[in-house]
Design a protein around this ligand. Structure first.
Ligand code: FAS
Ligand code: PHB
Length: 391
């Protein structure tokens, strides 16, 4: 087999890249380890930045998002049993779109297949090869047959646990990481959300987040131990703990309960691998970086990398200019580190740290107080949350 761009991974990064390259007339093939059903059913992120919405519209996959997604013009911080709204419209003139990652993935797969795109699901033993040469290739097994995809460039969109980053010689990569002393127990529940907009709660018992999947289903998270066993949490125990953490005074508000249909624990880490390219192998999305989900940035960072890489390939093939390709990693990293900082800051601001002294706990609450009482500080949070300008 031969193509121009071999893409490893059919998550949001790989699929959006495939779609944008198709629109630029650049041939590509996507190799995905899992089945289509698995990839389309994986519950993950839920918030799209303002520019990510634009990017998906430009990619021709914005129709269902705009019909079914929820535009949010603000977000709420809850602490000391009081709720404070950060007004995106007033502070930035922008919004975020609550539309789940698995819906984005479904829309992109549908668009690619409708356009005759090639996505090989359930490909196994996928290995990027010869990417230090000008003739890279990807070896893999599919339908029981060993195959080779020859290409000009390889896009490593295979996530944090993928094969691409691991294929780069360790001496060539600088790794920056931080592991947090907690995780998130996430649930999906068949009950309408108890708030029109997201609520991030900082409580003595720990962090909690109220989000949603449309108007009929709730998505909620609570801070837990990093190795928490979700099966140790009955529905009753989850709803009780969430009710504690979202407790509020002087507001006619209560947390609606309903059947929990999915629960899982996500570990929390910050991670960046530099550079994001080696020879003709390029890393995009979680393959290169991870953020704690507190700032709702993981998916959005992946989509931003794709925009940079697709534009660089467009210049290479259609203007015979490889400058952008050579600058891909530096261009992405400038914005990635600002988003890593914001995700770290939101995590530090909202979670309970057992190592915190009484003084540090007071400083954390004072910072929350400052954020919600200063227009300048609220604007800082708002402009990061709706999304920093793309390169
Ligand atoms: P992905 O991991 O989505 O996709 C990589 C793809 O490559 C997968 O389909 C995988 O099967 C495939 N693959 C892996 N190895 C392969 C191989 N060797 N060969 C072929 N294919 C291979 N972000 C948020 O903003 N908010 C959240 O609430 C949030 N929650 C998350 C919960 C969990 C459990 C996880 C793991 C992540 C969460 N994230 C969240 C981050 C998440 O949304 C990622 O940022 C996003 O999926 C990144 O997209 P990709 O880079 O495409 O990687
Ligand atoms: C989600 O809806 O899954 C979500 C929203 C905001 C976050 C993290 C997750 O910060």
């Amino acid at each position: 087999m031969r193509t121009q761009i071999g893409i490893i991974g059919a998550g949001p990064a790989g699929l959006l890249l495939s779609q944008l390259l198709h629109l630029h007339g650049i041939e590509n093939v996507v190799l995905e380890a899992r089945s289509r059903q698995y990839v389309e059913g994986r519950i993950r992120a839920g918030v799209l930045e303002y520019d990510a919405v634009r990017t998906l519209e430009e990619a021709g996959v914005g129709a269902r998002m705009n019909a079914e997604g929820l535009k949010h013009f603000g977000v709420n911080l809850r602490f000391r049993e009081r709720t404070h709204r950060i007004d995106f419209a007033d502070l930035t003139g922008k919004f975020v779109m609550v539309y789940s990652q698995h819906d984005v993935v479904r829309d992109l797969i549908a668009a690619r297949l409708a356009a005759g795109g090639t996505i090989l699901f359930e490909a196994s033993d996928v290995r990027p090869c010869d990417f230090e040469s000008e003739h890279p290739s990807i070896r893999f097994r599919h339908n029981g047959q060993e195959q080779t995809l020859e290409c000009d460039f390889i896009a490593g969109c295979d996530g944090f646990h993928g094969v691409c980053r691991e294929s780069i010689p360790k001496a060539e990569l600088a790794i920056y990481e931080r592991t947090y002393p907690f995780g998130w127990l996430g649930i999906l529940a068949d009950v309408p959300p108890s708030s029109e907009e997201l609520i991030y709660a900082n409580h003595e018992r720990g962090f909690a987040l109220l989000s949603m999947r449309g108007r009929e289903r709730s998505r909620l998270y609570l801070q837990c131990a990093p190795d928490e066993d979700p099966e140790a949490w009955s529905d009753e125990r989850i709803w009780e703990e969430l009710s504690w953490r979202f407790a509020v005074r002087g507001e006619d508000w209560h947390l609606k309960r309903g059947p929990i249909t999915q629960k899982s624990v996500t570990p929390m880490r910050s991670f960046v691998a530099e550079p994001m390219q080696y020879g003709r192998l390029f890393l995009l999305g979680d393959a290169a970086h991870i953020v704690p989900p507190t700032g709702a940035k993981g998916l959005n960072l992946a989509l931003a990398d794709v925009r940079v890489f697709a534009r660089a390939l467009d210049s290479y093939y259609h203007k015979h200019d490889s400058t952008r390709l050579g600058e891909y990693s530096n261009t992405c990293l400038r914005r990635i580190w600002k988003v890593e900082r914001f995700s770290w800051w939101m995590t530090s601001l909202l979670h309970r740290f057992e190592t915190h002294s009484a003084f540090e706990r007071r400083i954390q609450l004072a910072e929350l107080d400052y954020v919600v009482s200063s227009r300048a500080a609220s604007t800082t949070l708002a402009e990061n949350y709706v999304g920093l300008p793309l390169e």
